[in-house]
Design a protein around this ligand. Sequence first.
Ligand code: C2E
Ligand code: MG
Length: 710
Amino acid sequence: MRAVNSQKILLIDSDPKHAEALNETAIITGGERATIECAGTLASGLERLGGPAVGAVFLNLFLPDSSGMDTLDRVVVATCAPIVVLGGAGDEAVCTEAMSRGAHDYLLEGRLDSYSFVRTARNVLERERAQQKLLLERERAQVTLNSIGDGVVSTDIWGRVTYLNAVAEEMTGWTSREAAGRALAEVFEIVDGTEHNACPNPVEAAMRQDHAVRVTPNCQLVRRDGQVLEIENCTAPIHDRNRRVTGTVLVFHDVSIARELVLKMSHLAQHDPLTDLPNRVLFRDRLTQAISWAHRNRGLLAVLFLDLDGFKQMNDSLGHIIGDKMLLSVAARISGCLRKSDTVSRQGGDEFVVLLPEVTHAADAAISAAKIINELRRPHHLGEHRLNMTASIGLSTYPFDGEDAETLIKNADTAMYHAKQCGRDNYQFFHKKMNLRNAERHSLEGQLRFALERNEFLLHYQPKVNLSTGTVTSAEALVRWQHPERGLLLPAQFLAIAEESGLMLPLGRWVMHEVCRQMRAWMDAGLPAVPVAVNISSEEFRGERFVESISLALKSERLDAHYLELELTETVLMWHAESSERTLEKLKAAGVRMAVDDFGTGYSSLSHLMRFAIDAFKLDESFVRNIVSSSDDAPVVSAVIGMGKSLRHRVIAKGVETPEQFAFLRAQGCDEGQGYFFNRPMLPAQFEKLLANDTHQSQLSADVRSSADA
Ligand code: C2E
Ligand code: MG
């Protein structure tokens, strides 16, 4: 910007009359009186111009040391202040030429009186002052526009670009200079974010409507290099003093990050982070919509509630990383069984819910359920692991099993629970009786809390038999609940409830003491006592004072520790392998025997199990069940028996029901067996008889041997 001082006038003129005329005047500008300085020669004038800035120069072109245009040219170079040329009466042509070479005005001889001086000086100074103000404002506006975070583009009335601020330059890829004069659409190309069609020109709309307009929502700016930015913008007309539209100004900003964040947030709020399947919120939404559609069109829809069988065991044994991989594999398999219009969601944990919005018959839903069950049964290859997984599915249908999302999901869940009780790995349709069972479950939970105080628990004992001799080697204690109204309840009917309601610890303590008390009673009665096995739940095993509580029970009944065997499942052992190892060492040192229950159903590797101080493997009944019928299970059973022997562990086969199974196991060299083929679990009094009756024992041995030989 020009540095001028509008309060100072410099007169470069050798004629003293002119200096006098000017000095006589009182030139007031901006409320202040201007001061006048005089220089009689060009040299002294130029010297003064080299000093502090002046507001205007009155210059006589004809000086002692210079004349004509030359004088002007040198002054023009020396100052930014406006120059008023003073000429002789006949110098009009010269003065006009001076105007074209940088002079702002001229005064001719004869009019160089005080009045003309004042008027001209004031005009020049005020014009200069106004111009300075304008420049200052423009500069300020420029700085402001460049420092705001929004892009600003202005156009003229024909929609041609006149200006781009720094942000607009950055965002469009055009410099203000390059863009100037081009059609707006060329510099500021916008398309809608969904269809990618060109958006209507905002300039035309703003001028036509004569007020600010916002462009289409979800708008994208296509940069000069083709890159796309999500933007929001507003275009407003520019008016002159007379409210006539003279152009437009567009203000816009990049909302890519904000828009992406919004999309991400809404996706996260509606999807499961692990599988990326819809979560329960989105599922409920879709189900509610599907119900309205089915209601209008008298249609049918089905909800499938799926829960993996034994997922918790697998997750606890192999860790969460494998657990997560399994969930991903399951999610992919379920999705693979469904149509595009179906929705599969993860509700949390190992629960998935599927919506089949268009089914013609309930049987269609059954086909989908069976398909999913079959698909999930195929082994899952997860890294180095090859794992089996099954699922239980409950189905409910609209409008038969509920008219709203809540009820349909709840009833499908109830049916799933029923599928679990029917042996898992199957599907069940909901029916109303199931709700009754749910209510029963709740009432059982309430009563279970008082069962211990009321002494309603009892133990049954099931013998384990030496497969070569048929003699009873030991027994397993199995808890029962003598319910005052429902009769004798089996563990399957109340243990899970006990676990869920935190009653497993007191119940386990009771079992342990009762077994020790019973053994002491048999011994005191002079019976040939055999060791008794007690099943240990994970809560008990993980309890802080587990080893101490066992020692205490044995001590209080003066029992030798080798009379006690603990049955622990692989899952319980693997939960915290390190601490399990230490606990087992302590128990082993005390003389207590240890068996791995349900062997073969867990996921632990053998090398892990070998670390533990174990005495026996109890082969799961699922293998025994199929040894005669399935070509797959027989070799597994043979291998386990061989392995047990090589580790010098006893191998006990559970669930032996038939002579064929018994014969096979005996032929394979399995040490012991337990099952209905020998004895069902029995009351202590019956077991007492079995122990007491040597004849019976030898009879049992004879029966066993002969049926196996037959
Ligand atoms: P488990 O340890 O596998 O016990 C064997 C189960 O198989 C018993 O079921 C027994 O009655 C049954 N069984 C025996 N022989 C046969 C046969 O030939 N065929 C068939 N199909 N089943 C046979 P029960 O008494 O219903 O016990 C079920 C489970 O409850 C037990 O399985 C055990 O895990 C748990 N349990 C029982 N008592 C206790 C206890 O005092 N504490 C803990 N923590 N768990 C217990
Ligand atoms: Mg057991």
